[in-house]
Structures are given as C-alpha cells and as structure tokens.
Write a protein that binds this ligand. Structure first.
Ligand code: AMP
Length: 215
C-alpha cells in the first residue's frame, strides 16, 4: 500500500503513520523527521534546514525531493510506504509523480486529515518532546508522570521551536496557501480521501484504514 498522509501541522499524521507501520510494516517517510535528525546531527543539510524550520518556512523543493527519492530506493519500501509531510508544494507533487513512474510504483490513496485551525494551535502549543529519546507528550492530553520530565529517560522536556504559537500560525498559513491546493491535484486523479482528524487516534485510524481500502 503506497499512501500519502496530507494534513496541516499537528493534524496527527505522524501518529497515524506509526500505527500503519505497526499493522502493515509500511515505513513512514517523514521529511520533517529526516530534517530534524539532520539538524540534531549538525550535517550540511541540517545547517540549511534548521533556520528555515525554526521560522516556519519550507525547505527548498529540490532538497526535500532529493531526500525522498533516495529514501524510496531503499529495499524496505518495496511493500509500501506512507509519506508524511511530503509533498507540500505543487512542484514536489509533480516531482513525486515523476519519481514514482521511474521507480515503477504508484499511489493507492492520498488521505487528507481535516482538523480546524484552533485545534491545531492548541495541539502544538501543548506539545513537549524529549530531546534525548524523541518521546512526545502533551501537557493536558498525554502528560508525563512527572511534569516537565520524560517518563522513559528522565530528561527535561522541551518545546520544539516550530511548536511556538506564532510559528504554528505561520506554518498554518503556509499550509493553506501552498499545500492545501494539492487536495485538488489528487482529487483530479481520483486518489483523494478525506478523514475527520478530530477524535481519538484509534477511531481516526479505523477511518484511515477504511478510506485507504475504498476503491
Ligand atoms: P513536519 O514535521 O512535517 O511538520 O515538518 C517540520 C518542518 O520541516 C516544516 O515546517 C518545514 O520547515 C520542513 N519540511 C518538512 N517537510 C517538508 C517538505 N516536504 N517541504 C518543505 N519543507 C519541509
């Protein structure tokens, strides 16, 4: 199963991609995760991407397109993949079409998670992450046992710079102008399925599975 999870920042794409992996062993390809790792490791890619990410800008198309093409060549995506956070622009969507054709793959569905803006801002502003092991918490929805500290390793939790309210606003604006139009692009190809992204992660996951299976 080859899927795209489309949706604004904090829509829950990452959570759902992990569930799909647990059930179907189709790897999550998250350009955001790959870029965050590059920033943490201090690589050349990380030096380019870091300041853009921290201010809510997009990383240039040619950079993320190259990352995804390399990843799609790995043997573990032979049985399928879930793209999370890519494509984000019309240029990326066109490039994806071309690279999938070159690799002899095709998309089965593009699932758009629909969540109102106010909810997205609330999710972002309450999120805390462990800088050590990547665990993710939310101050009210899924708080750690000891406020401010990771349950698994005890490290002090931090707020990602791109979860700051003013950056979230900017990312949402960018999503609306540059990424949301991709829904029309994929609807035109008969691939778009919309799913309500408000509710329990388990319920949303069931909806996603049903949508992905629908012809
Ligand atoms: P995400 O975790 O998917 O929300 O991505 C975090 C940040 O990484 C975004 O706000 C962008 O700065 C950058 N990023 C991730 N994926 C892309 C992409 N496909 N195109 C451009 N920038 C991206």
């Amino acid at each position: 199963m080859n899927l795209i999870l489309l949706g604004p920042p904090n829509a829950g794409k990452g959570t759902q991609a992990k569930k799909l992996y647990a059930d179907f062993h189709i790897p999550q390809i998250s350009t955001g995760d790959i870029l965050r790792k590059a920033v943490k490791d201090g690589t050349e890619l990380g030096k380019v991407a870091g300041p853009l990410m921290a201010s809510g800008q997009y990383v240039p198309d040619e950079v993320v397109i190259g990352i995804v093409e390399e990843r799609l060549k790995e043997p573990d995506v032979a049985q399928g993949f879930v793209l999370d956070g890519f494509p984000r622009t019309p240029g990326q969507a066109d490039a994806l079409d071309r690279m999938l054709a070159r690799l002899g793959k095709k998309l089965d569905a593009v699932i758009s998670l629909e969540v109102p803006h106010a909810k997205l801002i609330e999710r972002g502003s309450g999120r805390r992450v462990c800088p050590n092991d990547g665990s993710v918490y939310h101050v009210t929805q899924s708080p750690p046992t000891r406020a401010g500290y990771c349950d698994k390793c005890g490290a002090a939790l931090v707020q990602r710079p791109d979860d700051m309210p003013e950056v979230v606003e900017k990312r949402l604006q960018k999503y609306d102008t540059e990424t949301a139009p991709l829904k029309h692009f994929y609807a035109g190809k008969g691939l778009l399925k919309t799913v309500d992204g408000v509710g329990s992660p388990e319920g949303i996951y069931e909806e996603i599975k049903a949508a992905a299976r629908k012809p």
